[in-house]
Each structure stands twice: as structure tokens, then as C-alpha cells.
Unconditional design. Structure first.
Length: 286
């Protein structure tokens, strides 16, 4: 774990100059926050579309890697021009043998208005809950509820997207008093000199879909947007390790995630292709 202690300074020295360079070479194209990106965007998919976000995650903590990557999936659909509903969960191999099933989640997301290129930011709200079901090492007994507001800016002629989240979360765990605290996140997505390749980075106050998540974390990586219907993510994350009493230890947990997002035009009106910029929003007009 001594190597992990040196990672944050190394990450800052590498990522800050790299980020500055990438922003100078940003290229215009649609973008959106998708898992394993934690900071959410003020955007939902077009009405009638169905999205499936899958990601494999492997974590190194206590000096060892998980025995096998955990598999996570979220399925969502926009049922109106302003409302999207999502649900998901995770499965994996347990460290003590057998399988493990993570806590399932349900989320509703309301888009008030979409963001405009070089104009007003998008505005959205979401309410999510992580349920007290599952077993094994991916399951944490308890429940977390999150209310979140989000804004998205499309800057520099759509060369750069900035996502800001702010809200509240409530964690209720077996043997612990309810814990209420702010939930926040700031993320960016920029295009690179390589066609279809994006740079992503974020800092946030712990994963809102994880019970008793640490108070801060960071992720950075690359995104490959193959088309409006298919994209891939490779993300490296760091966060403080916690003991059984939720106290911060001197070590950090390192995670590596590989994500795939697939979009389908299932229930779109008239069978037409969905709008790659997403739904119109409650007050939206295009």
C-alpha cells in the first residue's frame, strides 16, 4: 500500500498538464456523462430510447485485488420528453468464495431544460435510492437516498462539457446512526486530437450509489465514442479506504473500470432515430 500513498501527487503532476493540453486540442462533438463516470449530466436520452450502461470494476484494497471484476449494469428509458427512469445492480465473485450480489438501485431523473452550445446551462434533478438487498462482499446492509441537482455547460463551441452536481444524501446502515451530508461532484469531458476519443475527469464526494461512500474521490480516464449508439470508457479511480467503523485509514483504494454504453431506438415516435442531443426537457424547445 506504500505505492498507493504516492499516487495522488503523481496523478496531479501528470493529469494537470495533460488536461491543459487536451483542452487546447478539444474538438466539437456531442458528449454526455455515463457510468462509470459518477458526476451526472443535465441530460436524458430522447423519448422512447433505451440505454444499457455496463461496467466491469476491479478494486485494490488491503494489499490485494478483488478475485474477479464485479459486473454492474444500469438500464434506463425516457418515458416522456422530460422524465427518465433507471434501475440497476451488480454481481461478482466473492473474496471468500461463491458469488456476491450488490445493492440494487432505482433512480428517477427530471430534465427541466437542455443545455445550449455557448448558451444557457442545462438543468436537471434526480432522486435515487439504493435498496437493502443482496449478499456477499458487494452488498452493504443499509440504504442510501440521494436528492441531486445538476447543471451542464457546453463551452468553447461544444469543445468542452462541464458538469456540476449538488444535493444531499442520507445513509442508513445496520448498527449506524443515519448519516446526512452534502453530495457534490464536478466533472469535465473534453475531446482530444484523436478522433472519437475523449478525456474525462472528475472529483466528487463519494459514489451516490454506494452506501457509506468516502467523503471524497476522484476518477480520470478516456472515452471512445464509436457512434451515437455505442461508446466505451476506461477509468482509473482513487478514494480513501475506510475501516468497519467508517473511519479513514492511512491507505487508499484504487479502482479500474471498463464501461460500455449501448443505446437502442425501441419506443421512439414513428420509429425515427432518437436525437443524439437527448430529450427536450420540461421547458425545452428546439
Amino acid at each position: 500500500m506504500a505505492v498507493l500513498h504516492r499516487i495522488p501527487r503523481i496523478a496531479v503532476r501528470i493529469c494537470v498538464p495533460a488536461l491543459s493540453s487536451l483542452l487546447l486540442f478539444a474538438l466539437a462533438s456531442p458528449a454526455g456523462a455515463v457510468r462509470p463516470f459518477v458526476t451526472d449530466d443535465a441530460r436524458i436520452i430522447d423519448r422512447g430510447q433505451v440505454e444499457i450502461e455496463n461496467w466491469l470494476e476491479s478494486t485494490r484494497g488491503d494489499g490485494q485485488w478483488d478475485p474477479a471484476p464485479g459486473f454492474n449494469a444500469i438500464v434506463g428509458s425516457s418515458v416522456t420528453d422530460w422524465f427518465e427512469i433507471l434501475a440497476g445492480g451488480g454481481v461478482g465473485a466473492d473474496r471468500v468464495g461463491g458469488s456476491t450480489l450488490g445493492n440494487p438501485m432505482v433512480m428517477g431523473k427530471i430534465l427541466l431544460r437542455p443545455s445550449q452550445v455557448n448558451g444557457r446551462p442545462g438543468v436537471a434533478f434526480s432522486a435515487s435510492t439504493v435498496l437493502d438487498h443482496g449478499h456477499g462482499s458487494m452488498y452493504l446492509p443499509g440504504r442510501v437516498s440521494v436528492l441531486l441537482g445538476m447543471s451542464t455547460w457546453r463551452l468553447l463551441d461544444d469543445h468542452l462539457h462541464v458538469h456540476v452536481n449538488l444535493g444531499m444524501r442520507n445513509d442508513r446502515g445496520l448498527g449506524f446512526d443515519p448519516r446526512r451530508r452534502a453530495q457534490w461532484g464536478v466533472g469535465i469531458e473534453a475531446h482530444t486530437p484523436f478522433e472519437k476519443t475523449r478525456f474525462v475527469g472528475e472529483v466528487f464526494s463519494g459514489d451516490p450509489l454506494v452506501l457509506h461512500a468516502p467523503s471524497y474521490a476522484m476518477q480520470t480516464g478516456v472515452r471512445r465514442v464509436q457512434s451515437d449508439y455505442l461508446q466505451f470508457d476506461l477509468v482509473l479511480g482513487l478514494e480513501p479506504a475506510l475501516d468497519d467503523q467508517l473511519r479513514r485509514r492511512s491507505s487508499l483504494e484504487l479502482s479500474v473500470q471498463l464501461g460500455v454504453r449501448v443505446l437502442f431506438d425501441v419506443f421512439t415516435r414513428g420509429g425515427r432515430p432518437g436525437d443524439p442531443d437527448g430529450a427536450r426537457g420540461f421547458f425545452g424547445n428546439r
